[in-house]
Each structure stands twice: as structure tokens, then as C-alpha cells.
Design a protein around this ligand. Structure first.
Ligand code: F6P
Length: 278
């Protein structure tokens, strides 16, 4: 049964209609401790839903809906590593990405935490190299601008992380995000950049997304043209962020890029054509 056809959904919709034009001011006036009652702490997060149009009845109806859809059961299945992503038939282990090194999270009987940390370590080592200047562009110049090419979650995710952690970014590095397949987006993003100082991150979970591959291919042409036609320069200016290691390795835009062991954990790593994948 679809969510919006369930009796619990209908009860919520009816309740919403009954609330009508009730104003938050009325809810605060009739319940002076509302601000204390309808707030909670979860770890570092302070959640304040007192300023939403909710009453005790609303919360009860929401709980009924969650119970009817087995949210708690699915949450537990997620933590157990069961394949609750039914469209991709895979586990949804965002929890594993945040787990400490010594945690044990099993998928199909295998603890995935070491694989996650191996990828995180690789990503950190690469990022450190860019920040310190140990990783340079093909001409030996330091990387000054990082351009993320991706769409949907592969644009919003990196952009959100950048916005959230902006205060901690290296101030001698600039970051740009290209997602629109309209060539104007990439054109404007690289207009004032020196290819010798530019690193492209091609972010795509599947590495099959037409907009991203199109933009990456255009970026590659811009880079090679800007560096005097030197195709080998691509290896120092493109990395892939993907769960599809084979595809990202063979991509024309990131021919020298390796992902991790194909474990399904997103990886951003690279190598030179000479050294092969680590
Ligand atoms: O990361 P990918 O595989 O390039 O996909 C990009 C986006 O395209 C979608 O698959 C569909 O819009 C989104 O779910 C995803 O964020």
C-alpha cells in the first residue's frame, strides 16, 4: 500500500485540516512549557520542533504512521547491514562511513569498516598532498583551484561539505562546483583559471551520468588545450570520486584515475599512468 493511501496518512491529513489556521502564538499561549517540552538533544544536535505547527496529537499520529511503515524495523535492518535499498539491492551503510576504526559492521558476514577506513585514508592522503603542495599539476605548479564536476547528490554532497567546513579550508585554495550540463556553467567556472593550477574532481556514484561525463569531457579538452596539447597532463589534474571503480578508471576524462578496491565505498584516489593503480 502506498504511503499516502494508508489509514494513518488519512488520519494525519484529517488532523491537519482540523488544525486549520491555528497559529503558533496560540499553541505557545495555551502551553507555556511548549519550548521545553518539544525540544530534545541527540548527541551534539539540539532539535527544536516547538516552532512547527505540531501538537501532542500530531506527534502521536506521526508515530502511528512511522509504526505502520515499520520505520524502527527498517532502521534496525539498516544498522544490521541488510539490503534495504531495494532498487539497487544493496545495504545502506552510511553508518559505516562514520564508524570509528575499531567498529564492526558486517555485510554478508564481512566487517566493512576496514575497507571504509582504507578509502578514507587514501582520500585524506591525497587531499593532504594537494594542500601541502606535494601533489602538483603536470607543469610542477601547485594546485590553486579545485573544481567539482557532478550532479544531484554528487554536486550537493561535496558542496554541502565545503559550505559546512569552509572555515577550515586552506585559504590559498579556491573551490568551484559545476553541475549544469549547459556548457555555460563550466565555461564560467574555468574562465579565469590557469589549467596548470586546476584540479578537477569528477564526482559520480555510478560514473554513467551523462551530464557529468559531458562536463568532464569538456573540462578535459579545456585542460589539454590549455597545456599545449599534452594528454599526459590529465593524470595530474583529474581525479574520480566514485563507487564504480572500473568505469572511472576507463573513462576518457579520468584515464589515469583509480578508485578503491571496488568495495562500493566512494573513493577519490589517483595515480600516474606510469605507476598504475595502488
Ligand atoms: O552520482 P551519479 O551516479 O552521477 O548520479 C547523480 C545523480 O543522478 C541521480 O541518480 C538522478 O538524478 C541522483 O540520484 C544522483 O544524485
Amino acid at each position: 500500500m502506498r504511503l499516502n493511501q494508508s489509514p494513518e496518512w488519512a488520519a494525519l491529513a484529517k488532523h491537519r485540516a482540523e488544525l486549520g489556521d491555528t497559529h503558533l502564538r496560540e499553541l505557545f499561549a495555551t502551553d507555556p512549557v511548549r519550548a521545553e517540552r518539544l525540544t530534545t538533544r541527540v548527541g551534539d544536535l539540539y532539535l527544536d520542533y516547538s516552532k512547527h505547527l505540531v501538537t501532542d496529537e500530531t506527534l502521536g499520529l506521526l508515530r502511528d504512521l512511522a509504526a505502520a511503515r515499520d520505520v524502527a524495523g527498517l532502521r534496525d535492518a539498516m544498522f544490521r547491514g541488510e539490503k534495504i535499498n531495494v532498487t539497487e539491492r544493496r545495504a545502506v551503510l552510511h553508518t559505516a562511513l562514520r564508524a570509528p576504526r575499531d567498529a564492526v559492521i558486517e555485510v554478508d558476514g564481512e566487517n566493512v569498516v576496514p575497507a571504509v577506513h582504507a578509502v578514507l585514508d587514501k582520500m585524506a592522503a591525497f587531499a593532504d598532498g594537494v594542500r601541502t603542495g606535494a601533489w602538483t599539476g603536470a607543469t610542477g605548479k601547485r594546485i590553486r583551484t579545485v573544481v567539482n564536476i557532478g550532479i544531484g547528490g554528487s554536486d550537493l554532497g561535496p558542496a554541502m561539505a565545503y559550505e559546512a567546513l569552509r572555515a577550515y579550508t586552506a585559504r590559498d585554495l579556491a573551490f568551484r562546483f559545476v553541475s549544469n550540463v549547459d556548457g555555460a556553467d563550466l565555461h564560467e567556472a574555468v574562465l579565469d583559471l590557469d589549467p596548470a593550477e586546476t584540479l578537477f574532481i569528477v564526482a559520480s556514484k555510478t560514473f554513467t551520468t551523462i551530464e557529468t561525463i559531458t562536463n568532464a569531457t569538456s573540462a578535459r579538452s579545456w585542460l589539454v588545450a590549455g597545456l599545449g596539447g599534452d594528454e599526459s597532463a590529465v593524470a595530474k589534474h583529474f581525479v574520480a570520486l566514485s563507487t564504480n571503480a572500473p568505469r572511472s578508471r576507463s573513462s576518457a576524462s579520468t584515464p589515469s584515475t583509480c578508485s578503491s578496491s571496488g568495495t562500493g565505498w566512494a573513493a577519490v584516489t589517483r595515480t600516474t599512468p606510469r605507476s598504475g593503480c595502488p
